[in-house]
Write a new protein. Structure first.
Length: 250
């Protein structure tokens, strides 16, 4: 016991005490802000490899954005990426950042099903499926449970079997080869259950959008409960989004 105390005193607290107010390093690219500065809209639009930037008026779709930062490098006075990691939403439209808007992205409470807060506000078990992911978002989801973020303190955990899960977290662009396994996994989860899309690839297909190797028909059949943007996602983005989704609203 004395040795354990010595280690604790030497290393200090390894976890982040407040995940809702944590500050991320300056190199992190979070929610962007678009100024009113006049630029060549066609040139700006052409910079984006995934078509996340639209003109007339200028906007950035975080569901398509890879957060590469090329737009902000080329037009630093027009586009700035903030350190705001609270970017998850349950409404796809809210991931589109319009010009001259600097306000947090929030969930739409009217779209949150009543059974989510009734059943999952104190405990949520999730099954993660990599539907042709590149392991970047998968690694960040693993990090959610490490000693720093300790997602388990809120009762949120990943489980090995869909039969033990309350919902599914999908990463990757959803390839044809993963269409059937994804459906089987989802069907095995008991009702009520939730669906979370984690990362740009899952939300829009990312750089693979439009590829014949994809089969995203699964997303057309069910309501998505949470969109978590990022390429890859940040653990703080995922955890804060899930906490807001399952918050007790009764």
């Amino acid at each position: 016991m004395l040795n354990d105390l010595k280690i604790l005193i030497h290393q200090g607290k390894q976890y982040i005490p407040d995940l809702t107010g944590a500050i991320v390093p300056g190199i992190y690219r979070g929610r962007p802000v678009i100024s009113s500065e006049k630029v060549n809209e066609k040139e700006l639009e052409s910079l984006c490899p995934t078509g996340a930037i639209s003109a007339h008026p200028i906007s950035i779709d975080l569901g398509k954005c890879t957060f590469c930062g090329e737009c902000s490098f080329a037009y630093p006075d027009k586009i700035k990426f903030t350190a705001d990691y609270k970017m998850a939403s349950n409404e796809r439209q809210r991931l589109i950042i319009p010009e001259v808007q600097d306000k947090p992205i929030e969930l739409n409470p009217e779209l949150i099903r009543r059974e989510i807060s009734e059943c999952f506000s104190g405990s949520l078990k999730l099954r993660q499926v990599s539907a042709a992911g590149d392991n970047s978002c998968e690694l960040e989801l693993n990090a959610c449970a490490n000693v720093n973020f300790d997602m388990g303190r809120f009762g949120i955990e990943f489980v090995a079997s869909p039969r033990h899960a309350d919902g599914i977290v999908i990463t990757g662009p959803l390839s044809e080869n993963m269409a059937e396994p994804l459906q089987i996994c989802y069907d095995a989860i008991p009702e009520p259950k939730i669906i979370i899309l984690a990362g740009t690839d899952a939300i829009s297909g990312g750089i693979f959008a439009g590829s014949p190797a994809l089969n995203r028909s699964f997303l057309d059949k069910y309501k998505i409960d949470l969109f978590v943007p990022g390429n890859p996602i940040h653990p703080l983005t995922f955890i804060n989004g899930v906490l807001e989704l399952i918050r007790d609203r009764r």
